[in-house]
Design a protein. Structure first.
Length: 147
């Protein structure tokens, strides 16, 4: 598929990825076009599915979560669907991907301290085996794809 973006679209997306709350006026000044042009372009980018939404990024540590863990779940036979439902219902899991290979799911979860890990994982013991890694740092957080 041909890339539907031109230079103005890429400029808008770059600016929005830095600050999704930037005003049409400031975006227009940066891009050298009018505010109505920016508004129309952003609407078009939403309509074609390039922009799917605008979000707030939270600081887990400011909310009391000092640890982040990556957990690989390997479903036990016949337990994939019940495991997926349990993952969806576990609010400490803040991101999860269904993956190929021996593991069925790879999830990120937040912990206030290491003592919370075993009780949380225990809720999955009848559905899956787990392999957990504690995140030391995140040199690359989720970022936009190259435009």
């Amino acid at each position: 598929m041909k890339n539907p973006l031109d230079d103005l679209d890429r400029s808008i997306l770059t600016a929005l990825s830095r600050d999704a709350r930037v005003s049409w006026k400031d975006l227009a000044a940066e891009a050298g076009v009018s505010a109505p042009t920016i508004r129309d372009r952003v609407k078009r980018l939403q309509d074609i599915g390039v922009i799917q939404g605008f979000a707030v990024e939270f600081s887990p540590s400011a909310l009391g979560f000092s640890l982040e863990a990556v957990v690989r779940f390997r479903p036990l036979p016949g337990k994939r669907h019940v495991l997926e439902a349990q993952i969806r219902e576990t609010h400490r899991i803040v991101q999860c991907d269904k993956v190929t290979g021996e593991d069925g799911f790879v999830a990120r979860l937040l912990l206030k301290d290491i003592g919370e890990l075993d009780p949380l994982l225990e809720t999955f013991s009848r559905m899956a085996t787990t392999n957990t890694s504690i995140v030391k740092s995140s040199p690359v957080r989720m970022r936009p794809p190259p435009f």
